[in-house]
Design a protein. Structure first.
Length: 155
């Protein structure tokens, strides 16, 4: 028996050009990196939202209702803020830095809950301005004031 010659053609075509693939262009790589950052930010925001809602669910009675309402007001007033927990309490951040937060009276054994702003909030008004507020309940007037302050804080 004689050995058979391999009659298969090579993988390269005989009419192949000298053009070599250089991979992705700089613009394509930049777009892919941007999309990866977007996906990471979305995942962090979703994780933050879940963590805040879990902390709110742990609260009792009127504080839980107040925290739920504050969460809705903040999301409506400043959708760019990302929910996250801060010292175990609901907080809302811009570019990873906390702008405003809620502190439960029950957790800290105080006579009132607190809604506050960090130094990242743009609330400057002259030489002195309030950065936190005692909350015993939320009425329409307080809700409107909080919504306006949150909008001002993120400008």
């Amino acid at each position: 028996m004689s050995p058979k010659k391999d009659t298969r053609k090579s993988a390269k075509s005989t009419t192949a050009t000298d053009k070599k693939s250089k991979g992705f262009t700089d613009e394509e790589r930049a777009a892919m990196k941007e999309r990866a950052r977007e996906l990471k930010a979305e995942a962090l925001k979703a994780d933050g939202e879940s963590a805040v809602l879990a902390k709110i669910a742990e609260m009792q009675g009127s504080e839980r209702a107040m925290a739920k309402r504050l969460h809705a007001i903040i999301k409506a007033s400043a959708p760019a803020l990302s929910p996250k927990t801060w010292y175990g309490m609901p907080a809302y951040a811009k570019d990873g830095k906390v702008v405003c937060f809620f502190q439960s009276a029950q957790k800290f054994k105080s006579r009132y809950a607190t809604f506050g702003f960090s130094d990242e909030a743009n609330l400057d008004e002259g030489a002195m301005w309030p950065t936190s507020f005692a909350l015993k309940e939320l009425t329409a007037a307080e809700e409107a004031r909080i919504g306006a302050l949150v909008k001002k804080a993120v400008r």
